[in-house]
Design a protein. Structure first.
Length: 86
């Protein structure tokens, strides 16, 4: 059995080492109506198209189309999913 080291501060976490096929990022979508998060494992090298396909397959197919998107990133991903703004 591997001994777990004691953390040196409250914010310290340790994750298992990842390989080439392991995810290294997480996209968080929050349904503002239901107040529920959806965590989508992904890779940091995903393009806007990869992200749009992932959102379509994991979120839109289960919950329907989004009314709007609020993002803390630039507009490239929402525009690629929703089309041009009115």
């Amino acid at each position: 059995m591997i001994q777990i080291q004691e953390p040196k501060s409250p914010q310290e976490i340790d994750l298992p080492p990842g390989g080439e096929r392991s995810f290294n990022a997480c996209l968080v979508l929050v349904d503002r109506y239901r107040k529920t998060p959806m965590f989508l494992p992904c890779h940091t090298y995903y393009t806007a198209l990869d992200t749009a396909i992932m959102i379509w397959n994991k979120a839109i197919s289960h919950n329907g189309l989004f009314q709007d998107i609020i993002s803390d990133r630039d507009q490239t991903i929402p525009l690629s999913i929703m089309g041009k703004p009115p």
